[in-house]
Design a protein. Structure first.
Length: 220
């Protein structure tokens, strides 16, 4: 396994290079280190190397490990990048600083109520099922205008769109489509790109990339 600080520097350098090619500033891209399935001993070296934005897939896993890490290390920002069940909305709003998986009307309702109860506005990305894959979460492209209208009516702070392109095929057309959808709907954020394709995503407008194995090593 590569030294975490070296891996972090490499990923940051590749983001900066991709941004330069696209005539963007590297600072426009937020690197989310996806720490799902990894415990504190694997996460600490990245925190010590200066990484402060992390992503988790599950509310319960994040709740088990992040409160202590955040107490010990200032400035941590935590993003929920996995599917969210409506009955976990209150916990998610309490724990996370950003939610990337708003994808259905029932979750709009649950999050709006949770944010009202908590007195806390948590920025949200609407997840789009960009490849129309039955097994994947995300709002269908055709349903996106209605879901955005509902979220805005509920006063949810929707800041952008998120996608996970189909595996095994070129991601660029899907990233380009998400970029166009975000532009069409007046949204600044584009959460797209993972370890295998984040450079392509940056060149096509990503504002947030979700990188796990390139930082932590492949999971066994």
């Amino acid at each position: 396994m590569t030294d975490p600080a070296v891996a972090l520097a490499d990923v940051r350098s590749r983001i900066a290079q991709a941004a330069r090619i696209a005539q963007r500033e590297g600072e426009e891209v937020t690197l989310i280190a996806v720490s799902k399935t990894h415990e504190a001993p694997a996460i600490l070296p990245l925190i010590e190397a200066g990484q402060r934005v992390f992503g988790e897939n599950r509310v319960q896993e994040a709740a088990a490990k992040w409160p202590a890490l955040r107490e010990a290390h200032g400035g941590i920002e935590l993003h929920l990048v996995g599917q969210l069940q409506s009955n976990k909305a209150d916990e998610a709003v309490a724990l996370f600083d950003c939610i990337h998986s708003l994808d259905r009307p029932s979750l709009v309702t649950a999050l709006a109520r949770a944010m009202d109860r908590a007195g806390r506005q948590v920025p949200c990305f609407v997840q789009v099922n960009i490849g129309a894959e039955e097994q994947k979460g995300g709002c269908a492209i055709a349903d996106l205008p209605a879901l955005l209208a509902q979220a805005r009516a509920a006063e949810l702070p929707v800041v952008g769109l998120m996608c996970v392109p189909p595996a095994g095929i070129e991601a660029a057309p899907f990233f380009a489509l998400l970029d166009k959808l975000a532009t069409d709907h007046g949204l600044a954020g584009r959460s797209m790109g993972m370890s295998d394709d984040f450079e392509t995503a940056v060149m096509l407008g990503a504002t947030h990339v979700r990188v796990g194995s390139a930082l932590f090593g492949a999971r066994g």
